[in-house]
Design a binder for this molecule. Structure first.
Ligand SMILES: [Zn+2]
Length: 90
């Protein structure tokens, strides 16, 4: 991992303070806030590169994308003033 990353501390929109967190959906919503989320938690948000691909469903071909490369966990920084989110996949 390169050391070019500097966590954002100031909001680019309103200059408010930024705080670190993660985005999540259904899976994590059902667990209590006391639950400790692992770095490789399967239900947290990930980013992955895609390439164009053809899929097949009920004998018909369709255009779509296929995921390739490493799955990177998404970390989001939120402005405490205006709510702006800045997301990173490291
Ligand atoms: Zn802001």
């Amino acid at each position: 991992m390169s050391d070019k990353f500097t966590p954002p501390t100031v909001c680019p929109k309103c200059s408010g303070a930024m705080e670190a967190g993660i985005e999540f959906e259904q899976g994590l919503s059902q667990l209590s806030d006391d639950y400790v989320i692992q770095e490789k938690e399967p239900v947290r948000a990930y980013w992955q590169k895609t390439e164009a691909a053809k899929g097949k469903f009920l004998g018909r071909e369709y255009d779509g994308v296929r995921r390739i490369g490493p799955r990177l966990a998404v970390v989001a920084y939120r402005c405490v003033e205006c709510g702006y989110l800045e997301t990173y996949a490291r």
